[in-house]
Design a protein around this ligand. Structure first.
Ligand SMILES: *Cc1c(COP(=O)(O)O)cnc(C)c1O
Length: 402
């Protein structure tokens, strides 16, 4: 196995993102395969007992066990790091394994976290339910308000944790301000970048320390596998993340890593076309539904900020119907093309009612605090012809009297 011709880091780092997405991190075996090889192996064998001892001692390069290294997984990790502009990346089995690893690897009893109140349901479960068991305290704030980030800092604050855009309220965090504030106070920022991905938003360009992913979403992008990733500095990886990951084992399967490698080849194409489609569908819905939360539309209160940080709006937005849960469910039940599905980032258009699905477990009080209304619907716009999506939405809206 060796990196492809000329693929030393000093050259590959200068490639533009579209090139990285297709070629970054490619290694080739002696067979010279064009597509990345899938190493579905848990272990490795050695020429001699001395050689395995040297590998374990770190005196000789080479793999020892797939919880520690795997060539297919390492290709994906290199590619994600190059795309992110990060020194290093490590992959996990799911987005939640990535979030748990990125946070718990650096936190301990007595630490304090400031977190955005609008977050993926399971991310809220980590801060609200899991962390208190280990003596880690969290203050949740309105992440759109820069002053609240500053006001929530305590002497023991170690981490800022947020998504932007946030699921499903589409709250936007001012990356430059919040990451800058964290840096000036010695706090580590952990950004969940699932909605945008590095193809349209690179948090590290604004000073983020750690970027964590559900690669299940846009990176695979075709609804096939669960996957996660964490990108950070080489020092963070060596000192914080790797000791945790190597010993707790949230690793991704090489097969799933291979699928995500294939997904990354088309990430840029997909997210740009899906963003265009989301603009077309969003313009249709604006004026037809009482409220729309769409970072690409001027009606979004943080539209200007979103477009300063993101080069496209992404595939996901939300809207709210006045008739609460029953009207929202009526609309979902009337769909003929768009699927009722709580996944996002897929090349298929998918629609869900967050209050009864992704945000069911946080409970009604937290939903009210986050702004997840009973009439809210989240839409992931796929690669279908947007006119077909509009016709489907039009007939379903008519069925609920809109
Ligand atoms: C889906 C999602 C997660 C969790 O990812 P899984 O791959 O489902 O574990 C975390 N954060 C955000 C913003 C998500 O959309």
């Amino acid at each position: 196995m060796k990196r492809t011709t000329g693929q030393n880091r000093s050259i590959t780092r200068n490639w533009r993102p579209a090139t990285q997405a297709v070629r970054g991190g490619t290694w080739r075996s002696e067979q010279g395969e064009t597509s990345e090889a899938l190493f579905l192996t848990s272990g490795y064998s050695y020429d001699s007992a001395e050689s395995v001892a040297a590998r374990f001692a770190g005196d000789e390069p080479g793999m020892t066990y797939s919880r520690l290294q795997n060539p297919t997984v390492e290709m994906l990790e290199e590619r994600i790091a190059l795309l992110e502009g990060a020194e290093a990346a490590r992959c996990q089995a799911t987005g939640m394994a990535a979030m748990t690893t990125a946070l718990l690897c650096q936190l301990q009893q007595g630490d304090h976290v400031v977190a955005a109140r609008a977050a993926f349901g399971s991310c809220r479960w980590l801060t609200d339910t899991l962390f208190p068991k280990f003596g880690i305290e969290t203050t949740t704030i309105d992440s759109r308000d820069n002053a609240q980030w500053e006001a929530a800092i305590q002497p023991n604050t170690k981490v800022f944790f947020f998504e932007t855009p946030a699921n499903p309220t589409m709250d936007i965090v001012d990356l430059a301000f919040v990451c800058g504030l964290a840096k000036s106070r010695g706090i580590t920022t952990v950004v969940d970048n699932a909605f945008a991905t590095s193809a349209i938003q690179r948090p590290m360009d604004f000073g983020a320390d750690v970027v964590a992913y559900s690669a299940t979403k846009m990176m695979d992008g075709q609804g096939r596998v669960l996957a996660g990733a964490v990108a950070a500095s080489a020092q963070f990886m060596e000192e914080k993340l790797l000791p945790f990951q190597r010993n707790t084992g949230p690793n991704i399967s090489p097969f799933n890593a291979w699928v995500v490698l294939k997904g990354l080849e088309t990430l840029d194409l997909r997210i740009r076309r899906q963003s265009e489609n989301a603009m077309i569908v969003g313009r249709f819905l604006e004026g037809r539904v009482p409220k729309i939360l769409h970072p690409g539309l001027e009606s979004h209160p943080q539209h200007a900020l979103a477009m300063r940080q993101m080069s496209a709006c992404g595939s996901i937005f939300s809207f709210v119907l006045d008739g609460g849960r029953s009207q929202a469910m009526g609309l979902l039940n009337g769909l003929q093309l768009i699927d009722i599905s709580n996944n996002i980032g897929d090349s298929r258009s998918l629609m869900t009612h967050p209050a009864s699905t992704t945000h069911h477990s946080v409970g009604p009080e937290v939903r009210a605090e986050m702004g997840v209304e009973e009439g809210m619907i989240r839409l992931n716009v796929g690669l279908e012809d947007p006119q077909d999506l509009i016709e489907d939405l039009d007939q379903a809206l008519r069925m609920v009297g809109l």
